[in-house]
Design a protein around this ligand. Sequence first.
Ligand code: F6R
Length: 245
Amino acid sequence: MSKYAAGIIADLIRRKPDCVLGLATGSTPIGTYRELIRLHKEEGLDFSRVKTFNLDEYLGIGMDLSKPYHLDQSYARFMYEELFKHINIKLENTHIPDGLTKNPEEFCKAYEEEIKKAGGIDLQVLGIGGDGHWGFNEPGSPFTSRTRVEALTKQTIDDNYEAFYKAAGIPKEEMPHYAITMGIGTILEARSAIMLANGAKKADIVAKALEGPVTNEVTASAIQIYKGDITVILDKDAASKLKNL
Ligand code: F6R
């Protein structure tokens, strides 16, 4: 999965060295990022002109060194540790919603503007949340939604608790309950996309998103009205509930 996904990203970078990538965090794309690091180190894949925009960030945390308590859990930190510090990308070309912004509304508008100014996203990397979210577009998010602050569902908080907080011993009540996320409308404007999912835990929601009704109760079902090229990359377990394989 990771090799295939990284291959698509690498092909684009070779064809268009100044391409704009939309990136996701979470456990699913880690292997893809490791493969991109390998391609950079062993095959000279050049990120020097690549621009990136991440889908989301928890509100209230970030890479601000004055807030060590939340430091390691930020998506900014995740991107730096899992990808950016290992490749020759210019950090000024990377964009991640600022979880510590004093004015989230203004920030979200400016984020949308930045994406436009960069020429739009050439390739968006997506996972899928247990409740069917893309980015942090929780059930009920309109398909026309743009970058904004979104309240996280209980399921998302439970899903992310282990990955981000168990290790640090932070109680669930103190996890951020809000995030900044690109909207579904923002994501649908990307010229192409890849969606990754693995594991039996994702089988039901993958089947709902790909074969169920198009509904903002499962925001990833927007895939069915997406007009760009999208490649869905699943392992056997995640694909096990699909009827039309
Ligand atoms: C994260 C993001 C989320 C994740 C989703 C799946 O930037 O956009 O939508 O893709 O929550 O997370 P994992 O991969 O940890 O199962």
